[in-house]
Design a protein around this ligand. Structure first.
Ligand SMILES: Cc1ncc(COP(=O)(O)O)c(C=O)c1O
Length: 398
């Protein structure tokens, strides 16, 4: 068999990032296979079952032989359902149509394919730090000129807007925002969004708004999308999907909504890579959007209770301090008085304490000195994890 030596790999491979959470998950599973108890707080995956009506729709679709290719942009009926749901939920006028929607196997590939349709070598791309790793990985692969704006703990993990205003110019092509935010749970305010929208119009850049956690939102108010602000419908790419809201991570179903000409270009990348999403999975997506919303709301109430328990418990552990996340399902405690080597601490908590979590620096330099806990775990598991952290931490030699 031909061995693939490192020197055979394309140079561009070195520019790719990766999601460290998958590596921690693999190690956690190894420990479990050896009989160890592990509480999984490392990966962003709801632990709930997918709602019954969604599973039934997929099974029915299979038995009705919906097992063939669809258009690369997605089934027209799913694209229409997405356009209608997303316009109503975000209060966008005029409503988006199916021509604005690109369906993909999860939100992650549609981020890749949309950025591929937009960025070339040297194009200016602005995101934030800490961040979900996929944005910078893709932009670096495409040889864009990549700039990160720090998120500030002192602003409840929102962007340093002065720094953003200094950074963007007529050369900026795309700015990414992610609210609610992975890994901190921060939510941008109306005035943050208005400021970003004003800059977008002044300097003529596009905003890629990753809104995958828009249903995991704990403020009493309605969710606000930048796409609904005046002048922003035409310059926003909204990324969303089914993984987080409907506990469908393993189904692989997501989408983005964007101006029609860009949707056509992004679809060309779908066509060249995965061709289309599994048809019965797309049919399940229609059931999710048009069926009862109660399962989504119920999961969210449970997440809120877990958040409260986890954050209270983390703040009771000497050396840790954690803001109350306003969305998503992550807590991001500051552990900088314990160590600067957050990844070593995360490894220690897994190996010694059976608590799987992530090091903040896996999400960028500004995450150094923090840990990320996903609270997609039961209250009982959260209590066990908090107890184990409290007992294990004093043994850590930072
Ligand atoms: C901010 C953010 N965007 C996008 C995704 C991708 O989700 P998926 O590909 O499962 O739809 C994730 C997953 O963790 C995420 O945290």
């Amino acid at each position: 068999m031909l061995a693939v030596h490192e020197d055979r790999l394309a140079e561009a491979v070195a520019r790719l990032g990766s999601e460290n959470a998958f590596e921690i998950l693999a190690r956690a599973r190894e420990l479990e296979a050896r009989g160890r108890r592990v509480v999984h707080m490392e990966i962003g995956e709801p632990d709930f079952d997918t709602p019954e009506n969604v599973k039934k729709a997929a099974v029915d679709a299979l038995y009705d032989n919906h097992t063939h290719y669809t258009p690369s942009s997605g089934l027209p009926s799913l694209r229409a359902a997405i356009a209608s749901y997303a316009s109503r939920f975000r209060r966008v006028a005029p409503e988006w149509g199916p021509e604005n929607v690109v369906v993909s196997p999860g939100a992650k590939p549609v981020i890749w394919n949309t950025l591929s349709a937009l960025l070339g070598p040297g194009d200016e791309f602005v995101y934030f730090d800490p961040a979900y790793p996929a944005y910078a990985s893709c932009a670096s692969y495409l040889q864009a000129s990549v700039h990160a704006i720090p998120l500030l703990e002192s602003r409840n993990w929102r962007m340093d807007l002065d720094e953003l205003a200094r950074r963007v110019s007529k050369r900026t092509k795309v700015v990414v925002i992610n609210s609610p935010h992975n890994p901190t749970g921060g939510v941008l305010t109306k005035s943050d969004l208005e400021c970003i929208a004003e800059l977008a119009q002044r300097y003529d850049f596009l905003v890629l708004a990753d809104e995958i956690y828009s249903r995991n939102f704990y403020l009493g108010s309605e969710y606000l999308s930048i796409s609904s602000l005046p002048g922003m419908r035409e310059r926003t790419i909204v990324v969303d999907g089914f993984s987080k809201a409907y506990a469908m991570t393993g189904w692989r179903l997501g989408y983005a909504i964007m101006p029609e000409n860009l949707a056509k270009a992004a679809t060309l990348f779908n066509n060249n890579t995965f061709s289309c999403v599994a048809t019965f999975v797309q049919m399940a997506g229609i059931a999710a959007l048009t069926g009862p919303d109660e399962p989504v709301q119920r999961m969210n109430e449970i997440f809120r209770a877990r958040r409260d328990r986890l954050v209270k418990g983390l703040n009771a552990i000497p050396g840790m301090s954690c803001l109350l996340p306003e969305g998503a399902f992550y807590a991001f405690p500051n552990v900088s008085t314990i160590t600067q080597d957050d990844r070593a601490l995360a490894k220690f908590l897994l190996e010694e304490g059976g608590v799987a979590c992530g090091g903040g620096s896996s999400f960028g330099a500004a995450g150094k000195g923090y840990l990320r806990f996903s609270y997609a775990a039961s209250l009982e598991d959260i209590d066990w994890a908090l107890d184990s952290i409290a007992k294990t931490l004093p043994k850590f030699k930072g």
